[in-house]
Design a protein. Structure first.
Length: 455
Protein backbone atom coordinates (compact mmCIF):
# COMPACT_ATOMS: atom_id res chain seq x y z
CA UNK A 1 0.00 0.00 0.00
CA UNK A 2 1.20 3.51 -0.86
CA UNK A 3 0.64 5.89 2.09
CA UNK A 4 1.18 9.69 2.14
CA UNK A 5 1.52 11.61 5.40
CA UNK A 6 0.97 15.35 5.74
CA UNK A 7 3.29 16.12 8.64
CA UNK A 8 6.40 14.29 9.79
CA UNK A 9 6.25 14.74 13.54
CA UNK A 10 6.75 12.05 16.16
CA UNK A 11 3.32 10.51 15.60
CA UNK A 12 3.93 10.17 11.84
CA UNK A 13 7.43 8.78 12.45
CA UNK A 14 6.11 6.31 15.04
CA UNK A 15 3.45 4.98 12.66
CA UNK A 16 5.79 5.08 9.64
CA UNK A 17 8.46 2.93 11.29
CA UNK A 18 5.99 0.13 11.89
CA UNK A 19 4.28 0.40 8.51
CA UNK A 20 7.64 0.22 6.74
CA UNK A 21 8.45 -2.98 8.64
CA UNK A 22 5.10 -4.37 7.43
CA UNK A 23 6.07 -3.66 3.83
CA UNK A 24 4.14 -0.48 3.04
CA UNK A 25 5.48 2.22 0.69
CA UNK A 26 5.53 5.59 2.46
CA UNK A 27 5.91 9.29 1.70
CA UNK A 28 6.09 11.95 4.42
CA UNK A 29 5.86 15.70 3.75
CA UNK A 30 6.88 18.43 6.19
CA UNK A 31 8.03 22.05 6.02
CA UNK A 32 10.95 21.53 8.39
CA UNK A 33 14.06 20.85 6.27
CA UNK A 34 16.13 19.66 9.25
CA UNK A 35 13.40 17.27 10.37
CA UNK A 36 13.07 15.87 6.84
CA UNK A 37 16.82 15.38 6.56
CA UNK A 38 16.87 13.51 9.88
CA UNK A 39 14.03 11.22 8.80
CA UNK A 40 15.73 10.45 5.50
CA UNK A 41 18.64 9.06 7.51
CA UNK A 42 16.51 6.67 9.60
CA UNK A 43 13.45 5.76 7.49
CA UNK A 44 13.27 3.72 4.30
CA UNK A 45 10.68 6.14 2.91
CA UNK A 46 10.29 9.10 0.57
CA UNK A 47 10.61 12.30 2.61
CA UNK A 48 9.59 15.55 0.92
CA UNK A 49 10.27 19.09 2.13
CA UNK A 50 7.05 20.87 1.25
CA UNK A 51 3.91 22.73 2.27
CA UNK A 52 0.97 20.44 3.05
CA UNK A 53 -1.36 23.10 1.62
CA UNK A 54 0.42 23.28 -1.76
CA UNK A 55 -1.01 21.51 -4.80
CA UNK A 56 2.36 21.84 -6.50
CA UNK A 57 4.23 20.17 -3.65
CA UNK A 58 1.74 17.30 -3.46
CA UNK A 59 1.97 16.70 -7.19
CA UNK A 60 5.75 16.59 -6.78
CA UNK A 61 5.29 14.04 -3.99
CA UNK A 62 3.13 11.80 -6.19
CA UNK A 63 -0.04 12.12 -4.14
CA UNK A 64 -2.13 11.11 -7.17
CA UNK A 65 -0.67 7.59 -6.82
CA UNK A 66 -1.54 7.17 -3.15
CA UNK A 67 -3.83 4.51 -1.67
CA UNK A 68 -4.16 6.26 1.68
CA UNK A 69 -3.73 9.86 2.82
CA UNK A 70 -3.12 10.75 6.49
CA UNK A 71 -3.26 14.36 7.70
CA UNK A 72 -1.36 14.56 10.98
CA UNK A 73 0.35 17.96 11.06
CA UNK A 74 0.15 20.03 14.26
CA UNK A 75 -2.53 22.24 12.66
CA UNK A 76 -6.18 21.21 12.25
CA UNK A 77 -6.54 23.75 9.45
CA UNK A 78 -3.57 22.31 7.54
CA UNK A 79 -4.93 18.78 7.93
CA UNK A 80 -8.36 19.73 6.56
CA UNK A 81 -6.94 21.71 3.63
CA UNK A 82 -4.46 18.95 2.80
CA UNK A 83 -7.37 16.50 2.80
CA UNK A 84 -9.17 18.75 0.28
CA UNK A 85 -6.10 18.52 -1.96
CA UNK A 86 -6.02 14.74 -1.52
CA UNK A 87 -9.68 14.59 -2.59
CA UNK A 88 -8.75 16.50 -5.74
CA UNK A 89 -5.58 14.61 -6.67
CA UNK A 90 -6.51 11.13 -5.38
CA UNK A 91 -10.31 10.92 -5.18
CA UNK A 92 -10.32 7.14 -4.83
CA UNK A 93 -7.83 6.99 -1.95
CA UNK A 94 -8.79 6.50 1.68
CA UNK A 95 -8.39 9.59 3.88
CA UNK A 96 -7.81 10.04 7.61
CA UNK A 97 -7.13 13.27 9.47
CA UNK A 98 -6.25 14.11 13.03
CA UNK A 99 -8.17 16.97 14.65
CA UNK A 100 -7.45 18.55 18.02
CA UNK A 101 -10.47 20.85 18.30
CA UNK A 102 -13.14 19.85 20.85
CA UNK A 103 -15.61 20.42 18.01
CA UNK A 104 -14.12 17.55 16.00
CA UNK A 105 -17.45 15.72 15.74
CA UNK A 106 -19.19 18.78 14.29
CA UNK A 107 -16.30 19.23 11.83
CA UNK A 108 -16.60 15.59 10.77
CA UNK A 109 -20.32 15.98 10.08
CA UNK A 110 -19.82 19.27 8.24
CA UNK A 111 -17.13 17.83 5.95
CA UNK A 112 -19.44 14.94 5.08
CA UNK A 113 -22.31 17.33 4.28
CA UNK A 114 -19.99 19.30 2.00
CA UNK A 115 -19.02 16.13 0.17
CA UNK A 116 -15.41 16.09 1.38
CA UNK A 117 -14.33 12.47 1.71
CA UNK A 118 -12.86 11.86 5.15
CA UNK A 119 -13.03 8.18 6.04
CA UNK A 120 -11.71 8.58 9.59
CA UNK A 121 -11.39 11.55 11.93
CA UNK A 122 -8.98 10.86 14.78
CA UNK A 123 -9.35 12.78 18.04
CA UNK A 124 -6.90 11.21 20.52
CA UNK A 125 -7.84 13.66 23.28
CA UNK A 126 -11.16 11.81 23.66
CA UNK A 127 -9.40 8.45 24.03
CA UNK A 128 -6.90 9.88 26.52
CA UNK A 129 -9.71 11.38 28.62
CA UNK A 130 -11.55 8.06 28.70
CA UNK A 131 -8.37 6.23 29.66
CA UNK A 132 -7.72 8.58 32.59
CA UNK A 133 -11.28 8.24 33.87
CA UNK A 134 -11.15 4.41 33.64
CA UNK A 135 -8.27 4.08 36.10
CA UNK A 136 -8.42 7.21 38.22
CA UNK A 137 -9.84 5.35 41.23
CA UNK A 138 -7.73 2.18 40.82
CA UNK A 139 -4.23 2.60 42.30
CA UNK A 140 -1.73 0.13 40.90
CA UNK A 141 -3.44 -0.32 37.51
CA UNK A 142 -1.86 1.37 34.50
CA UNK A 143 -4.81 1.05 32.16
CA UNK A 144 -7.96 -0.92 31.48
CA UNK A 145 -8.39 -1.45 27.74
CA UNK A 146 -11.64 -2.54 26.18
CA UNK A 147 -12.21 -5.00 23.34
CA UNK A 148 -15.26 -6.59 21.71
CA UNK A 149 -17.72 -3.86 22.72
CA UNK A 150 -16.28 -3.86 26.26
CA UNK A 151 -16.97 -7.58 26.75
CA UNK A 152 -13.21 -8.14 27.13
CA UNK A 153 -11.04 -6.19 29.57
CA UNK A 154 -7.23 -6.00 29.62
CA UNK A 155 -5.45 -4.32 32.51
CA UNK A 156 -1.77 -3.94 33.29
CA UNK A 157 0.08 -3.63 36.59
CA UNK A 158 3.50 -3.73 38.19
CA UNK A 159 4.14 -6.81 40.32
CA UNK A 160 5.23 -5.75 43.80
CA UNK A 161 7.22 -8.17 46.01
CA UNK A 162 4.39 -8.56 48.53
CA UNK A 163 1.61 -9.30 46.02
CA UNK A 164 -0.01 -12.68 45.46
CA UNK A 165 1.40 -12.94 41.92
CA UNK A 166 5.07 -12.58 42.88
CA UNK A 167 7.15 -15.75 42.67
CA UNK A 168 4.37 -17.99 41.39
CA UNK A 169 3.91 -19.80 38.10
CA UNK A 170 0.82 -19.25 35.99
CA UNK A 171 -0.06 -22.90 36.52
CA UNK A 172 -0.06 -22.54 40.32
CA UNK A 173 -2.05 -19.30 40.15
CA UNK A 174 -4.73 -21.02 38.09
CA UNK A 175 -4.72 -24.02 40.42
CA UNK A 176 -5.19 -21.68 43.42
CA UNK A 177 -8.09 -19.95 41.65
CA UNK A 178 -6.37 -16.56 41.46
CA UNK A 179 -6.58 -16.55 37.64
CA UNK A 180 -9.56 -18.86 37.20
CA UNK A 181 -11.42 -16.21 35.17
CA UNK A 182 -8.40 -14.42 33.72
CA UNK A 183 -5.09 -15.01 31.94
CA UNK A 184 -1.70 -13.31 32.14
CA UNK A 185 -1.10 -12.57 28.48
CA UNK A 186 2.20 -10.65 28.42
CA UNK A 187 5.11 -10.19 30.83
CA UNK A 188 7.56 -7.31 30.51
CA UNK A 189 10.73 -7.96 32.52
CA UNK A 190 12.95 -4.91 32.15
CA UNK A 191 13.50 -4.62 28.41
CA UNK A 192 12.56 -8.27 27.80
CA UNK A 193 9.11 -9.26 26.54
CA UNK A 194 7.69 -12.69 27.27
CA UNK A 195 4.57 -14.23 25.76
CA UNK A 196 4.12 -16.64 28.68
CA UNK A 197 3.30 -20.31 28.83
CA UNK A 198 1.61 -22.04 31.73
CA UNK A 199 4.88 -22.80 33.57
CA UNK A 200 6.33 -19.28 33.45
CA UNK A 201 6.94 -17.72 36.88
CA UNK A 202 6.01 -14.10 37.58
CA UNK A 203 8.77 -12.22 39.37
CA UNK A 204 8.71 -9.07 41.51
CA UNK A 205 9.28 -6.06 39.26
CA UNK A 206 7.53 -7.62 36.25
CA UNK A 207 4.94 -5.56 34.41
CA UNK A 208 2.08 -7.86 33.40
CA UNK A 209 -0.99 -7.60 31.19
CA UNK A 210 -4.02 -9.52 32.42
CA UNK A 211 -7.05 -10.30 30.25
CA UNK A 212 -10.47 -11.09 31.67
CA UNK A 213 -14.16 -10.70 30.91
CA UNK A 214 -16.41 -7.77 31.73
CA UNK A 215 -18.30 -9.91 34.24
CA UNK A 216 -15.11 -11.08 36.00
CA UNK A 217 -13.15 -7.80 36.08
CA UNK A 218 -13.86 -6.83 39.69
CA UNK A 219 -13.30 -10.38 40.91
CA UNK A 220 -9.97 -10.51 39.08
CA UNK A 221 -8.81 -7.15 40.44
CA UNK A 222 -9.59 -8.30 43.97
CA UNK A 223 -7.84 -11.64 43.38
CA UNK A 224 -4.57 -9.95 42.38
CA UNK A 225 -4.74 -7.58 45.35
CA UNK A 226 -6.02 -4.38 43.74
CA UNK A 227 -8.63 -2.30 45.55
CA UNK A 228 -10.81 0.21 43.75
CA UNK A 229 -11.65 3.44 45.61
CA UNK A 230 -15.43 3.62 45.88
CA UNK A 231 -15.26 7.42 45.85
CA UNK A 232 -12.47 9.88 45.12
CA UNK A 233 -11.94 12.35 47.94
CA UNK A 234 -10.21 14.98 45.80
CA UNK A 235 -8.27 15.27 42.54
CA UNK A 236 -5.54 17.74 41.55
CA UNK A 237 -5.14 18.71 37.89
CA UNK A 238 -2.11 20.67 36.73
CA UNK A 239 -2.43 22.70 33.52
CA UNK A 240 -5.35 24.48 31.91
CA UNK A 241 -5.48 22.80 28.50
CA UNK A 242 -8.68 21.72 26.76
CA UNK A 243 -8.00 18.18 27.98
CA UNK A 244 -7.70 19.46 31.57
CA UNK A 245 -10.99 21.34 31.15
CA UNK A 246 -12.80 18.26 29.82
CA UNK A 247 -11.40 16.14 32.66
CA UNK A 248 -12.53 18.65 35.27
CA UNK A 249 -16.03 18.77 33.71
CA UNK A 250 -16.24 14.96 33.79
CA UNK A 251 -15.19 14.88 37.45
CA UNK A 252 -17.66 17.64 38.32
CA UNK A 253 -20.40 15.47 36.81
CA UNK A 254 -19.31 12.72 39.22
CA UNK A 255 -19.35 15.21 42.13
CA UNK A 256 -15.62 14.77 42.73
CA UNK A 257 -13.88 17.78 44.36
CA UNK A 258 -11.22 19.15 41.98
CA UNK A 259 -8.44 21.73 42.26
CA UNK A 260 -7.00 22.90 38.93
CA UNK A 261 -3.66 24.73 38.83
CA UNK A 262 -2.92 27.12 35.93
CA UNK A 263 -0.24 29.84 35.76
CA UNK A 264 -1.85 32.04 33.09
CA UNK A 265 -4.34 34.46 34.76
CA UNK A 266 -6.33 34.93 31.56
CA UNK A 267 -6.73 31.20 31.08
CA UNK A 268 -7.83 30.92 34.72
CA UNK A 269 -10.63 33.37 33.97
CA UNK A 270 -11.69 31.35 30.92
CA UNK A 271 -11.72 28.15 32.96
CA UNK A 272 -13.76 29.80 35.73
CA UNK A 273 -16.50 30.58 33.19
CA UNK A 274 -16.71 26.89 32.20
CA UNK A 275 -16.28 25.17 35.57
CA UNK A 276 -18.90 25.67 38.25
CA UNK A 277 -17.56 23.47 41.06
CA UNK A 278 -13.81 23.32 40.47
CA UNK A 279 -11.38 25.36 42.56
CA UNK A 280 -9.09 27.15 40.10
CA UNK A 281 -5.73 28.20 41.50
CA UNK A 282 -3.52 30.68 39.64
CA UNK A 283 -0.22 29.06 40.59
CA UNK A 284 2.47 26.61 39.51
CA UNK A 285 1.04 23.19 40.28
CA UNK A 286 4.48 21.59 40.12
CA UNK A 287 5.75 23.60 43.12
CA UNK A 288 6.06 21.49 46.28
CA UNK A 289 5.27 24.36 48.63
CA UNK A 290 2.05 25.22 46.79
CA UNK A 291 0.95 21.60 46.66
CA UNK A 292 1.52 21.15 50.39
CA UNK A 293 -0.28 24.40 51.14
CA UNK A 294 -3.26 23.07 49.17
CA UNK A 295 -3.26 19.84 51.23
CA UNK A 296 -2.01 17.33 48.66
CA UNK A 297 -1.82 14.75 51.46
CA UNK A 298 -5.60 14.24 51.18
CA UNK A 299 -5.65 13.80 47.42
CA UNK A 300 -6.43 10.45 45.73
CA UNK A 301 -5.23 11.35 42.23
CA UNK A 302 -2.83 13.85 40.64
CA UNK A 303 -2.89 14.43 36.86
CA UNK A 304 -0.29 16.69 35.23
CA UNK A 305 -1.43 17.84 31.79
CA UNK A 306 0.90 20.71 30.90
CA UNK A 307 2.67 20.94 27.52
CA UNK A 308 6.04 20.31 29.22
CA UNK A 309 6.94 16.61 29.57
CA UNK A 310 9.73 17.24 32.08
CA UNK A 311 7.40 19.26 34.30
CA UNK A 312 4.69 16.59 34.10
CA UNK A 313 7.10 13.79 34.96
CA UNK A 314 8.78 15.63 37.83
CA UNK A 315 5.46 16.83 39.24
CA UNK A 316 4.11 13.27 39.20
CA UNK A 317 7.18 11.94 41.00
CA UNK A 318 6.81 14.72 43.57
CA UNK A 319 3.14 13.87 44.09
CA UNK A 320 4.06 10.21 44.57
CA UNK A 321 6.62 11.19 47.19
CA UNK A 322 4.00 13.31 48.95
CA UNK A 323 1.73 10.27 49.25
CA UNK A 324 -0.67 10.37 46.29
CA UNK A 325 -1.77 6.85 45.26
CA UNK A 326 -2.53 7.57 41.60
CA UNK A 327 -0.36 9.93 39.52
CA UNK A 328 -0.77 10.40 35.77
CA UNK A 329 1.57 12.53 33.62
CA UNK A 330 0.79 13.49 30.03
CA UNK A 331 3.88 12.67 27.94
CA UNK A 332 4.40 13.87 24.38
CA UNK A 333 7.86 12.37 23.90
CA UNK A 334 7.51 8.67 23.19
CA UNK A 335 10.90 7.84 24.69
CA UNK A 336 9.63 9.12 28.05
CA UNK A 337 6.96 6.41 28.32
CA UNK A 338 9.31 3.55 29.30
CA UNK A 339 11.25 5.99 31.51
CA UNK A 340 8.08 6.77 33.47
CA UNK A 341 7.47 3.05 33.92
CA UNK A 342 10.99 2.48 35.23
CA UNK A 343 10.51 5.38 37.67
CA UNK A 344 7.52 3.59 39.17
CA UNK A 345 4.77 5.65 37.54
CA UNK A 346 2.16 3.05 36.63
CA UNK A 347 -0.02 5.26 34.45
CA UNK A 348 1.07 7.77 31.83
CA UNK A 349 -0.87 8.96 28.79
CA UNK A 350 0.24 9.93 25.30
CA UNK A 351 -1.76 11.61 22.55
CA UNK A 352 0.65 10.25 19.96
CA UNK A 353 0.25 6.61 20.96
CA UNK A 354 -3.55 6.96 20.98
CA UNK A 355 -3.47 8.61 17.54
CA UNK A 356 -1.15 5.88 16.25
CA UNK A 357 -3.43 3.07 17.48
CA UNK A 358 -6.41 4.68 15.75
CA UNK A 359 -4.38 4.98 12.54
CA UNK A 360 -3.29 1.34 12.69
CA UNK A 361 -6.90 0.20 13.04
CA UNK A 362 -7.86 2.32 10.03
CA UNK A 363 -4.89 1.43 7.83
CA UNK A 364 -5.12 -2.31 8.44
CA UNK A 365 -8.89 -2.30 7.92
CA UNK A 366 -10.78 -5.43 6.83
CA UNK A 367 -11.21 -7.63 9.89
CA UNK A 368 -8.96 -5.62 12.24
CA UNK A 369 -11.41 -4.23 14.79
CA UNK A 370 -9.06 -2.68 17.32
CA UNK A 371 -5.36 -2.28 18.00
CA UNK A 372 -3.61 -1.39 21.25
CA UNK A 373 0.14 -0.82 21.38
CA UNK A 374 1.75 -2.37 24.47
CA UNK A 375 5.18 -1.77 25.94
CA UNK A 376 6.20 1.11 23.65
CA UNK A 377 6.37 -0.78 20.31
CA UNK A 378 7.19 -4.28 21.59
CA UNK A 379 3.75 -5.87 21.30
CA UNK A 380 0.14 -5.39 20.32
CA UNK A 381 -3.22 -6.52 21.56
CA UNK A 382 -5.24 -6.89 18.37
CA UNK A 383 -8.90 -7.79 17.93
CA UNK A 384 -9.72 -9.67 14.73
CA UNK A 385 -13.02 -10.70 13.17
CA UNK A 386 -12.59 -14.30 11.98
CA UNK A 387 -13.91 -14.59 8.40
CA UNK A 388 -15.35 -17.57 6.57
CA UNK A 389 -12.52 -19.68 5.20
CA UNK A 390 -10.01 -18.55 7.82
CA UNK A 391 -7.31 -21.07 8.68
CA UNK A 392 -8.47 -20.77 12.29
CA UNK A 393 -12.24 -21.10 11.72
CA UNK A 394 -14.14 -24.14 13.02
CA UNK A 395 -11.15 -25.50 14.89
CA UNK A 396 -10.34 -26.19 18.52
CA UNK A 397 -7.56 -24.11 20.02
CA UNK A 398 -5.63 -27.31 20.67
CA UNK A 399 -5.54 -27.87 16.87
CA UNK A 400 -4.28 -24.38 16.00
CA UNK A 401 -0.59 -23.64 15.53
CA UNK A 402 -0.01 -19.96 16.30
CA UNK A 403 2.91 -17.97 14.89
CA UNK A 404 5.79 -17.74 17.40
CA UNK A 405 5.35 -14.81 19.77
CA UNK A 406 1.53 -14.85 19.73
CA UNK A 407 -1.17 -15.91 22.18
CA UNK A 408 -4.98 -16.08 22.13
CA UNK A 409 -6.40 -13.98 24.94
CA UNK A 410 -10.16 -14.31 24.49
CA UNK A 411 -12.79 -15.65 22.10
CA UNK A 412 -16.05 -13.70 21.75
CA UNK A 413 -18.91 -15.35 19.81
CA UNK A 414 -21.52 -12.97 18.32
CA UNK A 415 -23.94 -11.73 20.98
CA UNK A 416 -22.35 -13.91 23.66
CA UNK A 417 -20.13 -13.25 26.69
CA UNK A 418 -16.38 -13.52 26.16
CA UNK A 419 -14.69 -16.87 26.81
CA UNK A 420 -11.27 -17.37 28.33
CA UNK A 421 -9.35 -19.78 26.05
CA UNK A 422 -9.19 -23.49 26.86
CA UNK A 423 -7.78 -26.29 24.66
CA UNK A 424 -11.33 -27.40 23.76
CA UNK A 425 -12.57 -23.90 22.89
CA UNK A 426 -13.68 -23.71 19.24
CA UNK A 427 -13.17 -20.62 17.07
CA UNK A 428 -16.01 -20.16 14.59
CA UNK A 429 -16.32 -17.84 11.61
CA UNK A 430 -17.83 -14.57 12.86
CA UNK A 431 -16.19 -14.78 16.28
CA UNK A 432 -14.09 -11.93 17.53
CA UNK A 433 -10.73 -13.05 18.88
CA UNK A 434 -8.34 -10.96 20.95
CA UNK A 435 -4.72 -11.89 20.27
CA UNK A 436 -1.50 -10.74 21.88
CA UNK A 437 1.50 -10.63 19.60
CA UNK A 438 5.05 -9.46 19.56
CA UNK A 439 5.42 -6.60 17.10
CA UNK A 440 7.18 -8.63 14.40
CA UNK A 441 4.55 -11.40 14.58
CA UNK A 442 1.48 -9.21 13.99
CA UNK A 443 1.51 -9.42 10.21
CA UNK A 444 2.00 -13.22 10.25
CA UNK A 445 -1.04 -13.44 12.52
CA UNK A 446 -3.17 -11.30 10.22
CA UNK A 447 -2.15 -13.44 7.23
CA UNK A 448 -3.29 -16.63 8.97
CA UNK A 449 -6.52 -15.32 10.50
CA UNK A 450 -7.69 -12.99 7.73
CA UNK A 451 -6.34 -14.92 4.73
CA UNK A 452 -4.28 -11.93 3.68
CA UNK A 453 -1.50 -12.33 1.16
CA UNK A 454 1.91 -10.84 1.76
CA UNK A 455 2.11 -7.15 0.96
Amino acid sequence: MRVHFAGAGQCAEYVARRLIREGHDLCLMDRDEVRCHDLEEILDAQVVVGNAMSLKDWRRAGLDKTDLFVGCTDSDEDNVLACLIANELAPGALKAIRLRTPEFSAWDQMLKRLGVRVDRVIHPETDVLERILRVLNIPGVEDIRNFADERVKVFSMNVEPDTILAGKSLRSLRREGVLSTARVSLIFRGTELRVPDIDDVILPGDHVYVITTREALEETLTAVGITRHERLREVFIVGGSELALELALALEAQRVPVKLFEQDPRRCEELAEELANTTIINANGTDQGILMRENIEGVDAFISLTSNDDANLIASLLARRLGVDKVIPLLHRLDYLPLAQRLGINTSVSMRVKAADALFEFIRGGGVLSVRTLGEEAAEAIELDVPQGSKYADRKLSEIVLPPGTLIGAVVPPGMPAQMPEPETVINAGDRVVFFAEEDAVHKLEVKVLNRSRR
